[in-house]
Design a protein. Structure first.
Length: 89
């Protein structure tokens, strides 16, 4: 039962967080937070079946993604514009 080991979920959280630095967009960071919460729950001794763990992972991932999109995302009707070129200095 590899899915019940906390370090598996912790390693997945670290891998997803590293992936977020390579592919920014706050998508992988939401999944990393979800995996981190599941790893924390398993490290505290919570014994849950695979569907329960996946439910916690999905709910936390979706919630964190929505919060990150609201906090740091582009708002409706907003367009990202750049005023200067970093190579002109």
């Amino acid at each position: 039962m590899w899915w019940a080991a906390w370090w598996v979920w912790g390693a997945a959280a670290v891998a997803l967080a590293i992936g977020e630095t390579l592919l920014p967009g706050f998508v992988l960071l939401g999944f990393a937070l979800g995996a981190g919460v599941v790893a924390g729950l398993l490290a505290l001794g919570l014994s849950v079946s695979l569907p329960g763990l996946l439910l916690v992972f999905a709910v936390v991932s979706l919630g964190s993604w929505l919060v990150l999109r609201r906090w740091a995302g582009v708002y409706r009707g907003q367009v990202k514009t750049f005023d200067r070129d970093i190579n002109e200095d």
